[in-house]
Design a protein around this ligand. Structure first.
Ligand SMILES: NC(=O)C1=CN([C@@H]2O[C@H](COP(=O)(O)OP(=O)(O)OC[C@H]3O[C@@H](n4cnc5c(N)ncnc54)[C@H](OP(=O)(O)O)[C@@H]3O)[C@@H](O)[C@H]2O)[C@@H](O)CC1
Ligand SMILES: [K+]
Length: 502
């Protein structure tokens, strides 16, 4: 298994430039890209058919002209509609336009409804601003025609770096991209617009580039750091995770998290409960133990025992001063700590204070697991919030928001959603892609926090534990499919672990 880098458009340009500098002409790359697109088109349309190729003003359009030439040579009836006449193109795109060598109609005259396949070569990684005017209209006609669409590199109108729609965007059935995928292929809505994405090797290397290290999340990222069980060891070698319970009537979330931690392999897991909630927790727990703490001071006392090496707190704790004090006690104790839900929302409008706590020098990782609403409330909630925090919350790109919060709080951030991003304070990130819509169910996030804590209890580093937990959680949910409830996720972990660990 190889790591799958996701290069942004600046990094892609740099990769391109280096390849050209090392002796491969840009036009050769364009010929390879166009051929890969033509091959993909032929797989979608195996019999000779009517192909409409839409070409933009830059090199993405150039790829389109090359693909059009190859498809016509292979017997398809090809129409090319372009934003600019070939005479107005420059560089490699002009050369590709001449290679096409046949008539080009204006974009406004393109008739996607009359095609068996539409090849979208309007814009790729060079999209620089929102689309307007006739391109928006042409894209609306393509999307309305209901014909299969193959996008070259990126569905036009999708920002390759953020996955956001810039004015309008093509909805493709497939996308053929070059060298490696881009963040916008994994981040929604780009992921939905791209359809199935295939990567063509055109001789451009994605390695050794400056800038953010962003990857698709997968076992290759974290399996080497996965805790291995020592055959001669015992449960005390695999850590002891503590999960904080809410009060009576709010205890289920902690038990879900605790179950996740135990299934993830923590040697011991205890729910920390108030005396008032003890009976209800006791009625539901067997392998998971309990510790009674009625206030944060008792919790601090408990944490003088360094065998408790991982903490998870937040779900169903309640929002306010009391929860802030539990969070302070947890952070002061310097254990591998997961903060979720109310542990984050309790600091709404106090982003600076929260960050000061999280940033205090510490040995063990802090993992924050907000969804978008929790991130917004934490960084831009009502109250005295710094311009820096507000700027992070307002970033259009989910990737940038996650990386921003991670740096701001010096913590690992799991920004949850269908395209969960895990970011480190140093700026590296992974984007998850094995989830399923069924994971959006009550208590699912509680289980995730527990899995992260369970892995860290076994000594897995924070970033790897978070990325691994996100992947395993999604995998267990996706395998279960329809009818999934949060309780099923921990029970799905053994099968996922068996396949991972062999
Ligand atoms: N990297 C590689 O290894 C390889 C890359 N290759 C291919 O090159 C593609 C990147 O090419 P690219 O840089 O020319 O950018 P591209 O997406 O064609 O668009 C730029 C043009 O669009 C214009 N424009 C921008 N926004 C606009 C808007 N909103 N509305 C209107 N116009 C707008 C912009 O004009 P300007 O901003 O200057 O006005 C410029 O004319 C890449 O996706 C891949 O397909 C392969 O050929 C081989 C190897
Ligand atoms: K495109």
């Amino acid at each position: 298994m190889r790591m799958q880098p996701l290069l942004n458009s600046r990094q892609m340009r740099e990769a391109d430039r280096r390849t050209i500098e090392n002796g491969t002409p840009g036009f050769t790359l364009m010929l390879r890209a166009g051929e890969a697109a033509a091959d993909a088109a032929c797989r979608m349309l195996p019999q000779a058919g009517r192909v409409l190729v839409l070409c933009g003003p830059g090199n993405n359009g150039g790829d389109g002209f090359v693909a059009a030439r190859i498809l016509a040579d292979r017997g398809h009836r090809v129409t090319v509609a372009a934003m600019k006449p070939v005479a107005d193109l420059s560089g490699d795109a002009a050369e590709a336009g001449h290679l096409w060598g046949e008539a080009v109609c204006p974009l406004a005259a393109a008739d996607p409804a009359g095609a068996d396949l539409v090849v979208d070569a309007l814009f790729g990684t060079g999209l620089a601003r929102d689309l307007q005017g006739e391109v928006v209209e042409a894209i609306a006609r393509v999307n309305g025609a209901g014909r299969p669409v193959l996008a070259i590199d990126v569905p036009s109108g999708i920002d390759a770096d953020t996955g956001l729609v810039r004015g309008a965007a093509v909805k493709a059935e497939r996308t053929v991209t070059f060298a490696c995928r881009k963040p916008g292929h994994l981040l929604y809505p780009g992921r939905a617009h791209a359809g199935a994405v295939e990567v063509a090797d055109i001789g451009v290397s994605c390695m050794g580039l400056d800038g953010p290290a962003v990857h698709a999340n997968g076992p290759e990222i974290w399996l080497p750091a996965f805790p291995r069980i020592d055959p001669a060891g015992h449960k005390y070698d695999r850590g002891h995770a503590l999960v904080l319970s809410g009060g009576p009537g709010h205890t289920g979330a902690a038990r879900l998290a605790a179950r996740g931690a135990l299934r993830a392999g923590a040697g011991l897991v205890s729910v920390v409960t108030s005396a008032r909630a003890l009976a209800v927790n006791a009625a539901h727990l067997t392998a998971i133990m309990m510790r009674v703490c009625d206030d944060p001071d008792e919790f601090s006392d408990l944490l003088t025992d360094d065998r408790f090496n991982a903490l998870a707190l937040g779900p169903a704790l309640g929002v306010g001063e009391a929860t802030r004090r539990w969070v302070e006690a947890a952070l002061e104790a310097d254990r591998a700590t997961v903060l979720d839900a109310d542990a984050l929302t309790s600091f709404s409008g106090m982003a600076e204070g929260f960050a000061a706590l999280a940033r205090a020098p510490r040995e063990h990782p802090v993992v924050l697991t907000p969804h978008e609403g929790e991130l917004r409330r934490l960084l831009a909630g009502p109250g005295e919030v710094s311009a820096e925090a507000r700027e992070i919350a307002g970033r259009p790109s989910k990737l940038d928001r996650a990386v921003g919060l991670a740096a701001f709080a010096n913590a690992i951030v799991v920004l949850k959603g269908a395209d969960t991003v895990v970011a480190s304070p140093e700026g590296s990130a992974v984007i998850n892609e094995n989830g399923s819509p069924y994971l959006g169910t009550a208590g699912s996030g509680d289980v995730l926090g527990g899995i992260v804590a369970g892995l860290m209890a076994q000594g897995m580093p924070g970033f790897e534990a978070a990325a691994c937990a996100v992947w395993m959680h999604a995998e267990a949910g996706a395998r279960f499919g329809p009818g999934l409830i949060a309780e099923d996720i921990p029970e799905g972990l053994p099968a996922v672990l068996r396949d991972l660990l062999g």
